[in-house]
Every structure is written in C-alpha cells, then in structure tokens.
Design a protein around this ligand. Structure first.
Ligand code: NAD
Length: 521
C-alpha cells in the first residue's frame, strides 16, 4: 500500500467540516463532498469561520487561512473520490445511509483505497461486511470539535488488516492527534465510560435527595472534573446520550445500561439540554450556555446559629478532617470512636455528627439514639488539602432539618462546599466514581484496551485531569472502592456494580491496581 496523500471526506456537517480542516492543515490534498450545493456551501462556511477564529486568536496568519480553504477541493462530484487514498465518511448516524454510501464508494474507488467511518455508535464490523474490502475499512472516531480535540479512537474490527490500523494511527499522529486503538464494541471506550456514568448520575439525581446543583458541585469540587454530569448531559444533548445508552443496552442486555427513565422522559418532552434551551438546567435561549434561574434554583441559604460543641463519632484521617472543619467554623468537637459510642453520654442538645465510611453509615449510630434519632447526621470531607473542600452531608431519613442546616452552616463557615445527600455508601462522589472506575478496570482486564490507552482516552476525550487507572493508583485504595461497590450493588441489585476480580485481587493482595493491570496485560 502506498502513502496517504489524498483524503476524501464525505458529509461536511459538525464533524466532517472539522475533519476536512484537520487534513488540509496537515497539507494533504483534501476532497470534500456534500449532497447538494447548499450543504456544500454550509460546509465551506464552517471551515472558513473555524480558520478565521484561529486567525483572530493569532494561531494562524490571514494568508495561511486563505490558502488552507483554497487548497480544499469542495465538490458535489462523487466520482472525484476516485483519486483518494483514504475516504472517511461523516454522514448522519443511520446504518442505511452509511451502507448505501460505502456501496457507491466501492464502485468508484480503486480496491486499495482505505475506507473509514466516523460513526459513534454503529457497528463498524456491520459496515465493513457490506463492502468489497472489509480488511480496508476502519473506524476513525474523531471528537467534537475535531480541529481541537486530540483524541481519535481508531476502531479495528476482526476483519481489519493490521497494516491499515498502523497507517491510520500514523496518519492521526501526523495530524497532531493521539490515536487509541480499540475493538469494535458499542460506544468504544470514551462513550461507554462517559455516557454510562452520565446515565448513572441521572438515576442518582432521580432517585435520591441530592439536588442537580449538588450532583454537579460534588463531581467538580470533590472529583475535580471539569464539568458536572448534569450540565454535561445538557451540553452533549439528552437525545444524544439516550441514543448511546440505547445502543449500549442493545449490545450488553445488561440492566446497568438501561437508559435512565428520567432521561427518556425528558427527551420525549423535548427537554434536550442547551440546544432546546432547557434540560436539567434552564438556559437564556436555545443554544446558549448561560444558565438562568428556574423553579428548581435553590433559595439563598440562611445560616443558623451554630452549637458551641458537637459530638463527633469516628476515627482515622477522615475524622481528623472533620475536627478541623468544625474548628474552622468555630465549633469544638468531642470525639469518640464508633465502637465506644454510648448514646447515654451525649449531652442534651448536642448534635451527633458521624464520620461516614463505606461500611459505616450514620443510620447505624442514629438507631442507637432512641427518641433522639433525629439528632444524628453523617459527614464526609473530600480533598481536604485542595483549595475547594467538598463536604457531603449524609442525611438519614430521620435527620432533622435543623441538623441539616447546622451541617451546611459548619461547612460554609469553614469555606467548604456542602452537598446534601442520602446516607448511602459512597455518598455522591464515591457513588458515581466507583462504577465508572470499575467499568474502566473491567475494560482493561478484559484486554479491550490498555491501561495507558484508557487513561489517555478519558483525559483527551473528556478533558479529565487524569485517567481512571491513574486515579485508582493515586487517590483511592482498592479495598475502599470494593466496599463502596459492594454496598452500591446491594442497593441497585445490579451485579455489574460488584467489583471486578482485578479490583478484589488488588484489595486482597495489597497490590496497586495499576501494577496488577500492567502485569496482566
Ligand atoms: N456531532 C458529534 O459530536 C459527533 C462526534 C463524533 C462522531 N460523530 C459521528 O459523525 C457522523 C456525522 O455527525 P455530525 O454530527 O457531523 O452530523 P451532521 O448532521 O452535522 O452532518 C452530516 C452531513 O452529512 C451530509 N450528508 C448526508 N447524506 C450525505 C451523502 N449521502 N453524501 C454526502 N453528504 C451527506 C449532510 O448534508 C450533513 O451536512 C455521525 O456518524 C456521528 O455519529 C458525531
């Protein structure tokens, strides 16, 4: 096979126009094909305005931008693609459209031309099987916006020739991208991990007391993610998320991938997120990212008078952090360990704060309090050494409103961000991160993707500060995650929430998960 010098791109919408820009910037002869003149003009306009933005930001000269657009051969002539060494399609996500397109390409292009699809959720194998060259068809999954996002998932099927995988990976690298080679499973790496997590967040929001602001604050402050999951659903579009979940569910038939009922209801109601002006949040107008207040916007918090002392039940580092938190808010704490807790010793009017752990919930202490059951609440501090501390307030079904407000005031008094949630294992951050981490370990342990590649994919595809395997290695211990997952699966009754064996092995043998996965791969 010769070098890739000429590239054809079919479909110049959101993705195709960006992909054209990527190849043209690399100096490749680029043929850009659309279905009719107005779509072709729109595609050219997208490339022109994108390069103009680069000029405005000082990243490209006016002349280079003009040369780049002039170098692209925009055409309605499908037969022009005969000159291409590689043709990639970015037409709408419908199997009938893609199959029809590739059969026409088969008739036009010489047998050695490589075909690529930018599909997000269709089976690349199904597409390949309908062509006369299944060994030369590959997935090249760019992320939006293609000129900016560094990740390309290179999707190989069981039919793809190794040489094609290598050449497409090389081409992606030459275009300044970081290719990650994955197998042809629904959702590939990024959409499977990301959208399953978003779907889970929607279910937690729907089924617990945590507010939409609480979920998003927990994951940005407590897990340092660039955006909260509900705001991200709104940005991606709930219809797009639903479509991906439908595909994942169709493949796995696992209840864990069943689209969140609330997501489906919102899509049916036309609440698609930013694009429709309303999703989990309400926006100034359709297409805007500016959130405006609505009936779910919390009222301004009115602080309550803080008690001088609290009774703190717990031990270890978490408990020490709570002592510090209370002190910062001007409240002194009397600390006793879980097993030495004696309800008779708690002075009248002194609230009981429990330092919660995966297997230690506030309700276990509250039920010992008899008629004073409402005076107990759980607290959990995250990232105590970072600037923005998160305090998860784990309210039992009996915790009084006053105690919830006291806990909020203590957190705010210590300049931390309080999030009220149920007294469940993992609270919000542990509840949402653990299944995501478990899924990532499952992918690596099954040989679908390497530990390094899953980390690269999540960092470059989602803008996460670190990948799941690096997170597990640096920020958590396998036994804690295993405990949280076991408690989650007890509640959800989903076996897929049970820790995968690589995690339980790491917990039992005291080995780092990164080490275990590297050694097994
Ligand atoms: N939008 C995203 O964020 C995103 C991200 C990654 C992958 N993808 C995938 O990329 C593909 C395209 O998505 P999009 O969002 O760019 O869609 P889009 O609707 O914005 O663009 C599709 C374009 O294809 C053109 N088209 C339709 N039929 C054609 C034909 N037979 N020949 C030539 N052009 C034709 C349309 O005129 C349109 O301009 C889909 O497979 C999608 O799953 C999308």
């Amino acid at each position: 096979m010769g070098a890739i010098n000429t590239v054809g791109v079919v479909g110049l919408g959101t993705m195709g126009a960006g992909i054209v820009e990527v190849f043209a910037k690399q100096g490749l002869a680029t043929i850009a094909v659309e279905i009719d003149q107005s779509a072709l003009d729109r595609g050219r306009a997208i490339v022109t305005s994108s390069t103009q933005r680069a000029v405005d930001r000082g990243r490209m000269s006016e002349q280079d931008a003009k040369d780049l657009v002039d170098s692209i051969s925009f055409t309605l002539e499908f037969s022009d693609l005969a000159a291409a060494d590689l043709v990639i399609e970015a037409v709408p996500e419908r199997m009938s459209i893609k199959k029809d397109l590739f059969s026409r390409l088969d008739a036009v292009c010489p047998p050695e031309t490589i075909f690529a699809t930018n599909t997000s959720s269709l089976s690349v194998t199904d597409i390949a099987a309908t062509t006369s060259r299944p060994d030369r068809l590959i997935g090249m999954h760019f992320f939006n916006p293609a000129p900016v996002m560094k990740l390309v998932e290179v999707v190989r099927t069981v039919l793809t020739a190794q040489e094609v995988v290598s050449r497409i990976s090389e081409l992606a690298r030459a275009c300044g991208k970081s290719p990650v080679v994955v197998g042809d499973r629904a959702g590939f790496v990024v959409n499977t991990l990301l959208v399953s997590y978003l779907n889970d967040a929607v279910n937690v929001f729907d089924q617990s007391r945590v507010s939409r602001e609480g979920i998003d604050t927990a994951m940005t402050v407590g897990a340092l993610l660039p955006m909260g999951p509900l705001a991200l659903c709104d940005l991606i579009g709930l219809d797009v998320c639903l479509e991906i979940m439908d595909v994942l569910f169709a493949q796995s038939r696992d209840q864990v991938h069943a689209p969140a009922p609330l997501m489906r209801e919102m899509v049916s109601a036309g609440l698609l997120g930013r694009k429709s002006g309303r999703g989990f949040f309400t926006y100034e107008k359709p297409g805007s990212g500016r959130v405006i207040p609505d009936e779910l916007t919390p009222a301004d918090f009115e602080p309550v008078t803080l008690p001088r002392q609290v009774y703190l039940v717990g031990d270890g580092m978490q408990c020490e952090e709570l002592v510090k938190l209370c002190a910062q808010a001007g409240v002194s704490s009397h600390v006793v360990s879980y097993d030495q807790f004696d309800p008779g010793q708690v002075p009248e009017g002194v609230p009981v704060l429990v330092s919660v752990k995966p297997v230690q919930r506030a309700i276990d202490i509250a039920t010992q309090m008899g008629p004073r059951i409402d005076e107990v609440i759980g607290l959990h501090v995250l990232f105590p050494n970072q600037k923005g501390q998160l305090v998860e307030i784990a309210a039992t079904p009996f915790s009084s409103d006053r105690l919830v407000r006291i806990s909020q005031s203590i957190a705010l008094g210590a300049s931390a961000s309080p999030v009220i949630c149920d007294d469940d294992s993992g609270q919000v951050v542990g509840r949402l991160l653990s299944p995501y981490l478990n899924d990532a370990v499952r992918m690596v342990a099954s040989g679908y993707v390497s530990a390094d590649d899953v980390d690269t994919a999540m960092m470059l595809g989602c803008g996460y500060p670190r990948g799941p395997i690096a997170f597990l290695a640096n920020f958590s211990t396998p036994d804690t995650i295993c405990d949280v997952l076991e408690q989650i699966s007890r509640k959800t009754q989903l076996s897929r929430h049970l820790p995968v064996s690589a995690l339980t092995d790491a917990a039992i043998y005291g080995v780092g998960i990164d080490q275990l996965l590297t050694e097994s791969s």
